[in-house]
Design a protein around this ligand. Structure first.
Ligand SMILES: [Zn+2]
Ligand SMILES: [Zn+2]
Length: 83
């Protein structure tokens, strides 16, 4: 049985979701949400907002390898052939 977890509050503004949305913020507190004002990313220094995310949000190191491969395959900019 899956235990219900509290809907985690946004780290940016403290807003909680009314219910699970099926995205990672169901499991981890979101750094920001649609209710947050734009902020400056601490990693890249770019302006970041819910509508215009900085490049950090597509960092590949947070993705499973299979997803990375799929991303590269779809993008076509890198070959990812296993040796
Ligand atoms: Zn927020
Ligand atoms: Zn960033």
């Amino acid at each position: 049985m899956i235990s219900t977890s509290p809907i985690l509050a946004c780290k940016g503004c403290g807003r909680t979701k009314p219910g699970p949305t099926g995205d990672p913020t169901d499991l981890f507190p979101s750094e920001s949400c649609g209710g947050c004002p734009p902020w400056t990313c601490g990693d890249c220094g770019e302006a970041c907002s819910a509508k215009e995310l900085c490049s950090c949000w597509v960092r590949l190191d947070t993705l499973p390898l299979a997803d990375v491969k799929a991303l590269f395959a779809a993008d076509g900019t890198l070959s990812f052939d296993p040796a």
